[in-house]
Design a protein around this ligand. Structure first.
Ligand SMILES: NC(=O)c1ccc[n+]([C@@H]2O[C@H](COP(=O)([O-])OP(=O)(O)OC[C@H]3O[C@@H](n4cnc5c(N)ncnc54)[C@H](O)[C@@H]3O)[C@@H](O)[C@H]2O)c1
Length: 256
């Protein structure tokens, strides 16, 4: 079902950090970068599955895969984890801002603190992880940042206003960071997944009917899975996209 992934020789030996790399799409990205021969670390709060993933990949990959436990909504913890990753990897060339929480919430019941907590997970760490990563990338003479947005903010979905705000904001942030960091040879791009059927999505929101309905809206008549994000992310991280910055790629099977 999932596609095979190209090798990008320039990614071998690179230092790659993935936020939320312990499960879902992030786990597929962690696995894909490790398979490129990159030095990989990931930050997550899901301890059990993250430990298991790091252990399994370390046993089969060229380099050990490092799990760093941190809550990204805590700026000091997030930035400490980025610095720890750079230290453990020996270099930091690629940052993938993937972590998020797509909780549903209702217009009538969202409070001041709920709003802040939601954006503290879904938007704030994208900026502060980048801020911490930049000095390490500058020391390497460049780098690539890939930010995960979502097509959800373009589908007029009424049940996730804070999440939609964060995901739209990530595109503005991507362009601003790209403008600021281009002179340092640091490229900043974004990916907008469509409906990707992960374990969490299935457990919380998706039914066989809603999956079938979304496939009906897609041009491609198959279910999209986490591994479908590997190819576009590797491409944006690698020198294959060396002249691309301030851009985004939609990976939705053709909904938009
Ligand atoms: N699955 C989809 O259909 C879909 C669609 C559009 C966009 N996306 C985006 O793709 C990315 C990955 O989505 P996913 O479905 O794999 O999500 P997921 O919820 O399955 O995984 C997110 C990961 O981030 C981690 N995480 C969450 N909050 C954290 C925190 N505060 N600190 C540290 N780690 C934290 C989780 O433990 C998990 O491992 C997200 O940015 C999401 O918005 C997903």
């Amino acid at each position: 079902m999932s596609t095979s992934v190209a090798q990008y020789p320039d990614l071998a030996g690179r230092g790659v950090l993935i936020t939320g790399g312990g499960s879902g799409i992030g786990a597929a990205l962690t696995t894909a970068f490790a398979a490129q021969g990159a030095r990989v670390a990931f930050i997550d709060i899901a301890v059990e599955e993250s430990r298991a993933l790091a252990e399994a990949l370390s046993a089969t990959s060229q380099h050990p895969v490092h799990f760093i436990e941190a809550d990204l909504s805590d700026v000091a913890a997030a930035q400490g984890a980025v610095n720890e990753a750079a230290e453990r990897l020996g270099r930091l060339d690629v940052l993938v801002n993937n972590a998020a929480r797509d909780d549903r919430h209702d217009l009538e019941t969202v409070t001041d603190s709920y709003w802040d907590e939601n954006l503290a997970v879904n938007l704030k760490p994208v900026f502060f992880a980048a801020q911490a990563a930049v000095p390490h990338m500058r020391a390497q003479g460049g780098g690539a940042i890939v930010n995960f947005s979502s097509i959800a903010f373009m589908l007029n979905m009424g049940e996730l206003p804070a999440y939609a705000t964060a995901k739209a904001g990530i595109l503005g942030l991507t362009k601003s960071l790209a403008g600021r960091l281009g002179p340092d040879n640091i490229r900043v791009n974004a990916i907008l997944p469509g409906m990707i059927v992960t374990e969490r999505q299935r457990r919380l929101w998706l039914t066989d009917q809603s999956i079938a309905a979304m496939i009906e809206r897609q041009c491609l008549k198959r279910m999209l899975v986490a591994e479908d994000l590997a190819g576009p992310t590797l491409f944006l991280a690698s020198s294959a996209s060396a002249a691309m910055t301030a851009q985004w790629i939609i990976v939705d099977g053709g909904i938009l």
